[in-house]
Design a protein around this ligand. Sequence first.
Ligand code: FMN
Length: 194
Amino acid sequence: MSTRDAQAPADAQFMQRWSPRAFNGAALNHDQVMALIEAARWAPSCFNSQPWRFVYAIKGSEHWPAMLALLMDMNQAWAQHAGALIAVVSRNTYQGNDAPAPTHSFDTGAAWMSLALQAQSMGLASHAMWGIEHDAIPQALNLPDNMQIQAIVAVGEPGNKDDLPEPLQQREQPSPRKALNEVAFAGRLPDGAE
Ligand SMILES: Cc1cc2nc3c(=O)[nH]c(=O)nc-3n(C[C@H](O)[C@H](O)[C@H](O)COP(=O)(O)O)c2cc1C
């Protein structure tokens, strides 16, 4: 049995998406990056506030070295072969009144997933990273105080697992999930739910 068998008839695209680390080193072009962000732009958000912002660097562009340097070494090791890096940023206050926007992360998470599924539909792989240089990012990306980094996403053409460092080769496979009955509950969580 595959680690990714569906337990209810959801669309196969959700089981097929995963986060590989093997990229082939080809740069994405500007149109491809815009298609990814375009997909993300149509995500739902509270009050249609659209708190997401995307700061991108295409491999080989003037912005690439500085964006790559914002990844922790363990991520740089493989993400250097991606075709673009996209920093996903969210605004934690509403435009207009600057009141706190409590759903900004939820909304921006939806946008990232749209980006990931758009990448998959284009034959590209995507891999989000929290292992990033959090202290350096606000200045490097010119983020004001009300803009939070959520992740930097590596996107690119799939590569060859054999080109990864040995320890990463073993992890280069789709991961399983909790069972449906561990996450779906009618009415209320059961006592002692984890
Ligand atoms: C917000 C976020 C941060 C992540 N950070 C990292 C990271 O720093 N390095 C890494 O190798 N994978 C990272 N991942 C990938 C997760 O480990 C991966 O999505 C998870 O194990 C599920 O696997 P799948 O995406 O292949 O289905 C991150 C994923 C998300 C959504």
